[in-house]
Design a protein around this ligand. Structure first.
Ligand SMILES: Cc1cc2nc3c(=O)[nH]c(=O)nc-3n(C[C@H](O)[C@H](O)[C@H](O)COP(=O)(O)OP(=O)(O)OC[C@H]3O[C@@H](n4cnc5c(N)ncnc54)[C@H](O)[C@@H]3O)c2cc1C
Length: 228
């Protein structure tokens, strides 16, 4: 094997690149990532990046930029792989360029599940998966803003805590009777809900969402805050 193309430049893709070089693979490695950033850690997206999107924490990125140069990684960031071209022997990029490779690793990860509900395409409805999502969301987490969080899994709970820290009025809607019941049991879920209520979060458990209506104020950026 002389060349490998990795599609998806986040944790799995980034660690695969490192492992290949550590294992002595000396051939051509192309790392293709739709996001514009080199591989980074997502856990800070619900915490530090919301608090201060301009200053990501130390160790946010898996490696500094020089590491990829030093290790001769052909970085194709901000580039969506369009197709695997088996006849051509590689990965097709937008515009038709073919990245030739003896092996292709798909490390394309997951997506936030979109809610197909009335109002869910408004600018102030956010999904949190990427650094850019977190940066956009942070603009709306202003002191005094009313924020509704749909879903209180780990990420919803962390965003609720971050929004409280930033001075927002936070309401959580969760379809299960207590948060994270399936993963961690009812007792833990009750405790978690109580801890959030103690910090001022309004909780609506056992409660689904059927749509979004906005009655908030228009901000300077022409975005409306979401009133619970
Ligand atoms: C806010 C948040 C907090 C989290 N906190 C934790 C935590 O505390 N602990 C924990 O264990 N896990 C946590 N996770 C989950 C963890 O981040 C994921 O398990 C991890 O990101 C998975 O890495 P991955 O590389 O497999 O996939 P992903 O991170 O999804 O990366 C896949 C990449 O592939 C790219 N891609 C997809 N299709 C294409 C294409 N056609 N062409 C080019 N690129 C493409 C995507 O843009 C993406 O950048 C958290 C996730 C989020 C969103």
């Amino acid at each position: 094997m002389r060349s490998i193309a990795i599609v998806g430049a986040n944790l799995a893709g980034g660690r695969a690149v490192e492992a290949l070089r550590q294992a002595g693979f000396d051939g051509r490695i192309t790392l293709i990532g739709e996001e514009p950033w080199r591989p980074y850690e997502r856990p800070p997206l619900s915490k530090e990046v919301l608090w201060d999107p301009a200053n990501v924490p130390d160790n946010f990125f898996l490696q500094d930029e020089a590491w990829y140069d030093d290790n001769r990684i052909d970085m194709r960031l901000g580039t969506r792989a369009e197709a695997i071209d088996l006849a051509g022997g590689g990965v097709r990029l937008p515009g038709g360029e073919l990245v030739q490779a003896d092996r292709i690793l798909l490390a394309t990860g997951g997506h936030a599940r979109k809610l197909n509900l009335a109002g869910s395409d408004c600018a102030n409805v956010h999904y949190l998966r990427t650094r850019d999502d977190a940066t956009r969301m942070a603009l709306d987490l202003r002191e005094g803003a009313s924020i509704v969080i749909v879903g209180m899994g780990v990420i919803g709970a962390e965003v609720a805590a971050s929004a409280v820290k930033l001075g927002c009025k936070v309401t959580v809607v969760e379809p299960m009777p207590v948060p994270m019941e399936r993963a961690l049991g009812r007792r833990f879920g009750q405790w978690l809900g109580e801890e959030h209520r103690k910090r001022g979060v309004a909780t609506h458990f056992n409660c689904g969402v059927t749509g979004f209506r906005f009655a908030g104020t228009v901000s300077a950026r022409s975005r409306r805050t979401m009133a619970p």
